[in-house]
Design a binder for this molecule. Structure first.
Ligand code: ZN
Length: 456
């Protein structure tokens, strides 16, 4: 049993001082307040203890392209020209590369303060679309990276059936993703076997890629694989995507999902940057979690999520690092708020009457992320997985902060260097700001990308 003592901690009913927490079998076994530090011997002491967050959307392999796609090509660069480059890049990736890149990504997520990741996994087959001997070879590589880093994993094998809403065939760049619903069901089951050796907080969900790439029948079949598992889908990221879905179905993407699926808290709608007000409000009321990726959405020029309206309608949201062009929990949340300020020409846009901006952002994203990942976490409460993060408050900024101002300082004036300790379901994966495996993981990543970078 592990015992932690925090000078201050964010509990479900607010900030508390002198908090002692015991962990047992990966879960929080007790939470006591007003316990003087001196009373607890054999205890790990921290300054400020927070629930740790799930990164609810990642494509691990895209991390290896970070910094490679910022020059201008012929004509205007867009999401779609970026996607073409991404397809060329991934045509070279081997299973060993994917494992090395995923371990690097998970290391960076842990050191940024995340306890778990929902990996939206669509690179299934060998170049040309030939399945590996084990259909779930690539899922096994993601699982191996999770085992090495200790980061919690919600694995989301992706159903990718077609090149567009009109049912066109996959393009050359998409062949490695493709499955019909029958083969996908076999791949999904094999992925479940690949996760079997991971700890019990591991979750297997499912992800129809988008309304462009998955058919209505495919989406229904994917949702039925395990009716309780998380289901994630890319939705309404780009204007051209909205137009294509509208032309094919007569409805905008979120309208179509509202009318044709049973949206609930089981669903996570990734991006949702292109919504009309009636869609934003109806999605919030459906219980579906908005999966926001502000850094990637800014990098790709996707647009701005209507966060103020969504939050006012009671919507749940969390954040993800998506393309992994930059992995930073504090920056992800900061940019979410700043995008609202720039669009709405105001300040403290997501704060509420009782809580500061930083606290609303942090608490909402912790709980929304856990919900989206199907993970019993998101609060420091008995029975939850011990997903915990401690901030080092010895510096001049956090040292002078208390209560909500700690989170405001971390998110708006600080960065991930303030993250001192991270536990994922009780696994102590970051100590003194560093993951124990970092040297080995970084050198393996360096070797993996050395050859790949010639591809672009
Ligand atoms: Zn994505």
């Amino acid at each position: 049993m592990t015992v932690l003592h925090a000078k201050t901690a964010l509990l479900p009913d607010g900030w508390a001082r002198d908090v002692q927490i015991t962990l047992s079998q990966g879960r929080i076994a007790s939470v006591l307040t007003g316990v003087a530090s001196a009373e607890a011997s054999q205890t790990q002491r921290v300054d400020c203890l927070l629930p740790a967050m799930v990164n609810l959307h990642s494509h691990a392999f895209q991390r290896a392209m970070a910094g490679m796609t910022e020059a201008r090509g012929a004509g205007q660069d867009s999401f779609w020209t970026w996607r073409t480059l991404m397809y060329r890049f991934l045509d070279r990736l081997t299973p060993e590369d994917v494992q090395a890149i995923a371990a690097m990504v998970m290391l960076e997520m842990a050191e940024a303060g995340y306890a778990a990741v929902a990996e939206f996994h669509y690179l299934h087959h060998a170049p040309g679309g030939v399945p590996y001997g084990d259909l779930a070879e690539m899922s096994a590589r993601i699982a191996a990276a999770a085992a090495e880093t200790g980061l919690g994993l919600t694995h989301l094998p992706v159903l990718y059936e077609r090149g567009g809403c009109d049912g066109r065939a996959l393009s050359a760049g998409q062949l490695r993703f493709g499955n019909d619903p029958d083969r996908f069901a076999r791949l999904w089951e094999a992925a479940g076997r690949a996760l079997a050796a991971l700890p019990p907080d591991t979750v297997l969900g499912v992800a129809p890629h988008s309304l462009r790439a998955a058919s209505p029948a495919g989406i229904r079949a994917a949702a039925a694989l395990n009716p309780k598992a998380p289901i994630h889908i890319h939705v309404a990221e780009q204007l051209a995507e909205v137009t294509e879905v509208q032309a094919a179905t007569g409805a905008r993407p979120v309208e179509w999902l509202l009318a044709n699926t049973e949206l609930s808290s089981r669903w996570c709608l990734i991006h949702a940057t292109q919504m009309e007000p009636h869609e934003t409000e109806a999605m919030a009321k459906s219980g579906a979690v908005a999966g926001l990726c502000p850094i990637t959405e800014a990098n790709l020029g996707d647009g701005i999520f209507d966060g103020v309206r969504f939050q006012a309608a009671g919507g749940d949201y969390g954040v993800g690092s998506d393309s992994n062009v930059r992995i930073s929990l504090s920056e992800e949340l900061r940019l979410l708020e700043y995008s609202q300020r720039l669009a709405g020409k105001g300040r403290a846009m997501l704060a509420d009457g009782a809580r500061s901006t930083g606290r609303v952002l942090y608490e909402t994203a912790c709980q929304g992320g856990a919900l989206a990942a199907g993970r019993q976490a998101g609060q420091i409460a008995v029975g939850q997985w011990a997903d915990l993060m401690a901030l080092d408050c010895s510096g001049p900024d956090l040292g002078a902060s208390a209560g909500d101002m700690i989170l405001d300082t971390f998110l708006f004036a600080g960065d991930d260097r303030m993250v001192a300790e991270v536990w994922s379901a009780g696994r102590h994966i970051v100590t003194g700001g560093r993951h124990a495996g970092r040297e080995a993981i970084i050198s393996r990543y360096r070797r993996a990308i050395a050859g790949l970078r010639d591809a672009l």
